[in-house]
Write a protein that binds this ligand. Structure first.
Ligand code: CAA
Length: 258
């Protein structure tokens, strides 16, 4: 692939968007490769995925403005769908995805990070949805996910004002979980990914689905979603192993994803 690099380190996959000339901006080719790269992740071997940007300055500086400039209404809608489809695939991937935001996360970059389960960032990170300053709305899920993550009032201020924010402000409003010095970001992302990867994969997968599906449902339906996914963990090897290890006061446990 030209724009996506992928490697697996044990049970953790690391996917890098690498288009340095345009600060990793997402054009149709990058989106197509991202889609293929996500499909290619070996979900039997990899238990957590990290997404980051190539270079030290940018995670992703947005959708490609040069490509969008010439789009018709129909072309704009299609381009939005292309991004939305890939980001929804990331959001619903049956393993947790951590965004290691190593610089600019603007427009489509902020939106990509929000389709991940957890955001960690470097001190030089900058988040924002600058689209209204370009004459468009956010188009890869920003109007929906930012409001769900930080609340409608703050999302509206950021989106209507096309206001970019630094890492400390992103942390204050709950958009990122942790801020690290640049040189520590990947090590911290890998540490978190490994912690997750060492827990029971079926339980982690079901927890992700319960949280995501439950957030879109009324509470009476949401708790039923949880009950079913909770029940689904029982009679698995990993449930028996996890509980036996506790009762036998055993530290070592082997989760087999079965
Ligand atoms: N699309 C296309 N090219 C981009 C880009 C983008 N989103 N962001 C940066 N680039 C390109 C620049 O055009 C420049 O290319 P050239 O060297 O060929 O001129 C190169 O990357 C380096 O950028 P700068 O020289 O501008 O670097 P800087 O350090 O001075 O500024 C920046 C960095 C603040 C991120 C600035 O590049 C910037 O504001 N980029 C645009 C950010 C933006 O508006 N993103 C939202 C896009 S709209 C969107 O994403 C819609 C959606 O929801 C789907």
């Amino acid at each position: 692939m030209e724009y996506i690099k992928y490697e697996a380190e044990g049970m953790v996959g690391i996917l890098t968007i690498d288009r340095p000339k345009a600060l990793n901006a997402l054009n149709s080719d990058v989106l197509a490769e991202l889609d293929q790269a996500i499909d290619a992740v070996d979900l039997n071997a990899v238990r957590a995925l990290i997404i980051t940007g190539g270079g030290e300055k940018s995670f992703v500086a947005g959708a490609d403005i040069g490509e969008m400039k010439e789009l018709t209404k129909k072309g704009g809608e299609d381009f939005g769908k292309r991004g939305n489809d890939v980001f929804r695939k990331i959001e619903t991937l049956p393993i947790p995805v951590i965004a290691a935001v190593n610089g600019f996360a603007l427009g489509g970059g902020c939106e990509l990070s929000m389709s991940c389960d957890i955001r960690l960032c470097s001190e030089n990170a900058m988040f924002g949805q600058p689209e209204t300053g370009l004459g468009i709305t956010p188009g890869f899920g920003g109007t929906q996910r930012l409001a769900r993550l930080v609340g409608a009032g703050i999302a509206k201020e950021l989106i209507y004002g096309a206001k970019n924010i630094k890492a400390d402000e992103a942390y204050r409003i709950g958009l990122v979980n942790h801020v690290y010095p640049s040189e520590e970001l990947m090590a911290q992302a890998k540490k978190l990914a490994n912690t997750i990867a060492n827990n029971a994969p079926i339980a982690v997968r079901n927890a992700k689905k319960a949280i995501n599906d439950g957030l879109d449902a009324a509470m009476d339906d949401a708790i039923v979603i949880e009950e079913k996914l909770f029940g689904d963990c029982f009679e698995t090897h990993d449930q028996v192993e996890g509980m036996s290890a506790f009762l036998e006061k055993r530290k070592d446990k082997e989760f087999t994803n079965s």
